[in-house]
Design a protein around this ligand. Structure first.
Ligand code: PMV
Length: 348
């Protein structure tokens, strides 16, 4: 039995996909498998306090504050999420929830907070669920938290655990599922255990096309079939790359994935471009620097203009210096975020 009232708090990280999820079926089922680095610095912290309600209502009851302020415009998203997870968490309508959430990164940074925020909220609800079922194993807890987070935002299911997470059925990974993300179960070379991701904030405004719209444009997309096949092939390729620590081939797969994601946007109907001139300037500078200095530094992109600059711990000084000298000038107001591979969400 749940106490009449209590509070739980979870901190969940963002993640950056190496093989991208772009295109989905109903119920947030991915059209292709994906794999991501869990991040560390970019995170959402969410507290959910709950109090027993008097009446058994048919609607959910919750208040929401974002960084200390009441946020009415976030409420419909949370309401949709509650509707989707209601059947898996039967206690939701019996309580009033007070949800307090904040991000470690500025709201208007062009960094999507949907993955970390949906993961943090799913974990808070799972924590309440665990109080009802105290014998629940940690594996089940993580799996169901990921399952629920997926229903909030697909990529959120990869924000429960660290440090590499894969989501979506794939022949080479028998444990993988379309319903939740799992910690990458195969061998990973130490070089990929300590990776930096410095996020260049090229454009901090809201993006013109949401990822929901983008996913839907993969329906009837002329290159959809080949793209989904390619994602499987790239996951297969990554298997030996990750095991052997082959950074050169890693770069080839990861950069190709980023550009393919944006190529899908440019070749859909309607077509659109999320990259900005500074996105391309940064990419060109990375290519030039890599060629000149043989430093294994590369980029990936999300569904936006910001550039994630990826490099191993062994070239940290060189990478940071290059970013300072050449890339920061292309960021809006010179802003960027130093992040790295992280270990997943935790309870506070
Ligand atoms: O989780 P969504 O629906 O916001 O989709 C995210 C899609 C990408 O970030 C572009 C790729 C990915 O796999 O995270």
């Amino acid at each position: 039995v749940l106490p009449a009232e209590a509070k739980v708090t979870w901190k969940a990280p963002s993640n950056i996909a190496l093989v991208k999820y772009w295109g989905k079926h109903p119920n947030q089922i991915p059209a292709n498998p994906s794999i991501s680095f869990t991040l560390d610095a970019c995170s959402t912290t969410t507290s959910v306090s709950f109090t027993k309600r008097d009446s058994k209502d048919t609607d959910f009851s919750f208040d929401l504050t974002f960084e200390g302020k009441s946020k009415e415009d976030f409420k419909p998203k949370v309401n949709t999420f509650l509707n989707r997870i209601d059947r898996y968490l039967p206690f939701l309508k019996e309580y009033h929830f007070n949800i307090e959430t904040s991000n470690s990164f500025p709201h208007s940074s062009g960094i999507a907070s949907s993955a970390s925020s949906m993961a943090a909220l799913a974990l808070c609800f799972m924590d309440i669920e665990r109080q009802l079922n105290p014998k629940m194993s940690n594996d089940f807890f993580n799996m169901k938290a990921s399952f629920l987070a997926r229903l909030g935002s697909g990529s959120a299911c990869r924000s429960i655990e660290g440090d590499l997470v894969t989501w979506g059925e794939h022949g080479g990974l028998t444990e993988s599922s379309n319903l939740y993300g799992i910690k990458y179960p195969l061998e990973v070379h130490p070089i990929f255990k300590k990776y930096h991701d410095t996020i260049m904030l090229v454009h901090k405004g809201q993006k013109q096309v949401s990822s929901t719209v983008g996913h839907n444009l993969m329906k009837g997309h002329p290159y959809a079939k080949q793209r989904f096949q390619q994602a499987h092939q790239n996951l297969d390729r990554l298997r030996s790359i990750l095991a052997q620590g082959d950074v050169e081939d890693f770069i080839e797969v990861v950069e190709s994935e980023a550009l393919t994601l944006h190529a899908m946007m440019m070749t859909s109907t309607p077509y659109f471009i999320l990259m900005k001139p500074d996105t391309l300037e940064i990419i060109n500078k990375i290519w030039h620097f890599r060629k000149e200095t043989k430093t294994p530094i590369c980029f990936t992109l999300d569904a936006g203009a910001n550039v994630h600059v990826l490099y191993p711990e062994s070239v940290k000084e060189k990478g940071n210096q290059f970013i300072q000298d050449e890339l920061v000038a292309h960021c809006e107001k010179g802003h960027y975020i130093c992040d790295r591979i992280g270990n997943g969400a935790r309870k506070l």
